[in-house]
Design a protein around this ligand. Sequence first.
Ligand SMILES: C[S@@+](CC[C@H](N)C(=O)[O-])C[C@H]1O[C@@H](n2cnc3c(N)ncnc32)[C@H](O)[C@@H]1O
Length: 240
Amino acid sequence: MVLYMIGIGLNDEKDISVKGLELVKKADVVYLDNYTSILNVGVSKLEDFYGKKIILADRDIVENQVDKILKEASSKSVAFLVVGDVFSATTHFGMFMGAKEKGIDVEVVHNASILNAVSETGLFLYQFGKITSIPFDNSDVKTPVNVFNDNYEKGYHTLFLLDLSPKVGKFLDVSEAVKYLVSNGVSEDLICVGCSRMGSNEQEIKTAKLKDIELSKFPQCLIIPGKMHFLEEEAIEKFK
Ligand SMILES: C[S@@+](CC[C@H](N)C(=O)[O-])C[C@H]1O[C@@H](n2cnc3c(N)ncnc32)[C@H](O)[C@@H]1O
């Protein structure tokens, strides 16, 4: 019948848009991606506010059981909720394409994402290069450091997303990210900006050298600025 793909924002049950909420209320079945990101409130808060039971979709469902959700969406209205924006994690576009191929109507409702919330650091979004993710198991992984080196050489800022596992409440933190970067040849004296729990009242933005960066909340991400405009320099200075 129809698949609603709805971004629910970064913080809590109230970050969903009015349009998104109306669709959730209409849906026969509601899934929440519980794999690529996490809100700062538990699922029961969402259920109370939306007035709907929510099925948590973990990694296996998001990556391997998309067909099951699409099959359901061929006879029912299914809402698939994504923390942040819908397509900011590459994973979800496959579901969108699958629905299109099967002739299922898809309605997408966008929302704020960590990819634009980092603009609150004062770093200009259009000065960012490729985004990269540092996984928990990173001893043999070179892509993040290669992406950084490439961006830095061109003067672009690099946003590192840090692995998380919402199902078991596990998060990679900025100090582990720094350990990875330094062990791969990045200078520990470079200035960086760390962000945590963006979009909430408890969010942290901190500017420090890589070797000194520390954050206390989760989820976290890390930015190493490239060449900065003087307005960007002034802005990140305020978070020291
Ligand atoms: C795949 S991305 C998030 C995609 C999500 N759909 C979005 O639009 O925000 C997940 C990573 O983004 C970062 N992240 C997500 N939410 C965050 C927040 N509120 N504050 C800081 N970092 C965050 C973390 O590094 C996390 O591992």
